[in-house]
Ligand binder design. Structure first.
Ligand SMILES: [Fe+2]
Length: 687
């Protein structure tokens, strides 16, 4: 069987393909951002689909037995598009690369064999993305992110026990308690929503939860003061609803406004901001530990699988392990939405198709390796000098303080670079953290770097009772090792080690070993190979551009060493490579559209988007309904209205969105429609 999983709606789109043709389960997976070079891409994942199919020599969509699509929201009533015809007509975009028109046209014209397309609930996809590759024969499964889920996995079956989020059917103790067939979908605001609110209050990007965690670690530098007043008695069931708390904190917590971009990170290191980051971190940890405790009690199992964005919190993961209620905790490296395509494919394989082959994700290198023999030609094309070197020479240069970008083999799935798309440096140099943060990656000075260590020597440096292949488990550094690896110890004494075995990545293991032979320290500083605001590099040309954009000293490309060219040559390369890559991406999309889409349907829907029809009126009305349902306090409702009226409007919106009573829901929705129409009318008059 060949099963394709895709996430095509929302952020971090991508594709994963699993096949059991060889008798064992093989996986190829990638995020669209890696291929189109737009971070957290919202674009329909055509390039990813092409990439994962090519890995297994699949040329036609007809060869796919099943296509599983992430259903991020189970909207009622069902709509004919995940993107919306009106949004496509209005060419709606957002701050990332979301292009509703392009996505809509692809969705309507892609030649998927429709009878083989199935939708997978988003929370379920997270659960599947972890359990089915954990290698466990049974486990409790927790999905922790915007949605919340608790499952029990036995063999190749996953049973939903508790689930809520994204408007899907709500489950409690294995039974549907709030079905979307008969009522409006609802969505709890949970601990990750609270964490996201505080992240936004800190002036950070919505995907920057890790920075909040890094800031919270500065807690010992400041007097403890609780500003958020998070109720201590809030845990009464598996789901905790933070709606009222989030609304209150949205009003009460100040927004961080830096005096300048250059001092943003130092200004955040103040008592108020560190304290609210600490409170958010503590609340998250308390909630996750509480839920892990319930999962242990309800399942009676000793294995735990964690998925969802919260599972990227290595500090929390370690605390779960330390609870002692689970012997093993497994987190799949693409725990956040980047892993949804894999989850969809796995859910399709086991839960829809009844597949029986099993696998364990021992490493994260699910990308397709590029041809190492192409390196000399690529270097020559861009006027760069390179030479083949042995790992020993790279290790020597690292030990002399040189900072490398390394690209080799297949890329890592998920947000962590694990050696194949990594920036590497000597962890013994105390100010290496500051150098790499400011001169190389142009990012906040308070953010730490992680170490990669040979797995069989990790006990020498780290207090960690298990392997950590995906850098998702926090640990402390042993007293003896502290002076040896100062650049990879966070301010609170913690570290987030990647343990490397020869089976996972023999070349990287060897490089760390060579560095150890020279220095006596079998550990390297490892961070992702990208500049600030850029996705991790995928292919050789991406690596060349990132190399000249950042302040990297050297590039280690497969088995070739490239030393930094002159500043003038770097500037020339930057000016030439960036447009060349952009044009390559555009050509790739054109080719993918030609390969996968029906041109007649593409043209037909393009023309229809240019026309106004009666159905648009109904679509407009349904858009109003959706708007009413999604009104939140923090949104800017008519500026001319007073605060009290705004609050009232938002309260009405809350009723419209979440009421259990149909009468109240319709009345509130009608009120919202009136307000929205008045607002539009006033706006039109102003124009
Ligand atoms: Fe998610």
């Amino acid at each position: 069987m060949n099963i394709l999983g895709i996430k095509c709606s929302g952020h971090d789109t991508g594709a994963a393909l699993i096949t059991d043709r060889s008798g064992r389960l093989e996986i190829s997976a990638i995020s669209e951002a890696r291929l189109n070079r737009r971070k957290h891409s919202y674009t329909y994942p055509l390039l990813s689909i092409q990439y994962v199919m090519a890995r297994f020599g699949i040329e036609s969509l007809e060869e796919l037995d099943l296509i599983c699509i992430d259903k991020h929201g189970e909207l009622w009533p069902q709509r004919g598009s995940q993107f919306g015809r009106l949004a496509a007509k209005n060419r709606r975009t957002n701050e990332y690369d979301f292009d509703a028109r392009f996505n809509y046209l692809i969705e309507q014209s892609i030649r998927f064999p429709k009878e083989r397309v199935k939708y997978v609930n988003h929370v379920d996809a997270h659960a599947a993305s972890c359990y089915h590759v954990s290698g466990f024969s049974e486990a409790a499964i927790l999905t922790l992110e915007g949605g919340t889920g608790f499952y029990i996995g036995k063999g190749t079956d996953i049973q939903v026990i508790d689930r809520t989020g994204y408007g899907g059917d709500e489950y409690r103790d294995g039974k549907i308690t709030h079905g979307t067939e008969v009522s409006w979908p609802r969505h709890y605001w949970n601990t990750s929503n609270l964490y996201d609110l505080i992240t936004r209050k800190l002036g950070l990007d919505k995907f920057a939860a890790g920075k909040t965690m890094a800031l919270a670690a500065f807690r010992d530098r400041f007097t403890v003061h609780d500003y958020l007043q998070i109720p201590k008695d809030r845990h009464q069931g598996f789901f905790t609803d933070y709606r009222q708390l989030i609304l209150r904190l949205g009003r009460e917590v100040r927004d961080f406004i830096p005096t300048s971009k250059a001092t943003r990170d130092t200004e955040l290191l103040e008592q108020y901001w560190v304290n609210i980051a600490r409170e958010a971190q503590d609340a998250l940890e308390q909630d996750v530990l509480y839920m892990a405790g319930l999962a242990g009690k309800k399942s009676g199992l000793r294995n735990l699988c964690l998925a969802g964005g919260v599972a990227l919190s290595c500090v929390t993961n370690r605390k779960i392990l330390d609870l002692g209620i689970f012997d093993n905790v497994y987190v799949q490296p693409a725990a956040s939405d980047e892993g949804i395509p894999l989850g969809c494919a796995l859910w399709g394989y086991y839960d829809i198709k009844g597949g029986t082959s099993v696998t364990k994700m021992e490493h994260a290198y699910l990308g397709t390796p590029y041809n190492a023999s192409d390196v000399p030609a690529i270097l020559s094309k861009w006027g760069l000098q390179g030479r083949r070197v042995a790992p020993k020479e790279i290790a020597r240069m690292l030990s002399e303080g040189k900072i490398f970008g390394r690209i080799a083999g297949g890329s890592e799935y998920g947000p962590r670079a694990l050696g194949n798309r990594s920036i590497l440096a000597d962890p013994r140099i105390p100010n290496m953290l500051e150098i790499v943060n400011t001169q190389i990656k142009h990012r906040e000075r308070f953010r730490p770097f992680a170490p990669s260590c040979q797995a069989d020597k990790q006990d020498r440096y780290f207090d960690l009772p298990c392997p950590s292949p995906f850098m998702l488990m926090a640990c402390s550094v042993t007293e003896e090792a502290k002076p040896q690896i100062p650049a990879v110890i966070h301010v609170d004494g913690s570290s987030r080690v990647q343990s490397v075995t020869p089976a996972q990545n023999s070349a990287y293991y060897e490089l760390i070993g060579e560095f150890g032979q020279i220095t006596g320290v079998y550990t390297l500083l490892n961070t992702s190979f990208n500049d600030d605001g850029e996705p991790i590099v995928e292919n050789f040309e991406d690596a060349l551009l990132s190399f000249v954009r950042t302040g990297l000293h050297c590039l280690y490309i497969e088995d070739h060493l490239v030393e930094r060219p002159s500043q003038a040559q770097c500037e020339k390369l930057k000016a030439e490579l960036a447009p060349a890559i952009k044009s390559r991406v555009e050509r790739s999309y054109s080719a993918a559209v030609a390969a996968f889409c029906d041109p007649a349907r593409f043209d037909q829907f393009s023309r229809e988007l240019e026309k106004s029809t009666l159905s648009d009126l109904f679509l407009s009305l349904s858009q109003y309904v959706r708007k009413a349902k999604s009104m939140h306090l923090h949104e800017q409702v008519p500026g001319a209205l007073g605060r009290g009226i705004r609050i009232t409007i938002n309260r009405v919106g809350e009723v419209a969105r979440h009421s259990h009573s149909a009468a109240a829901m319709y009345a509130a929705t009608a009120s919202m429609l009136c307000v929205d129409l008045v607002w539009r009318f006033k706006k039109a008059l102003r124009v």
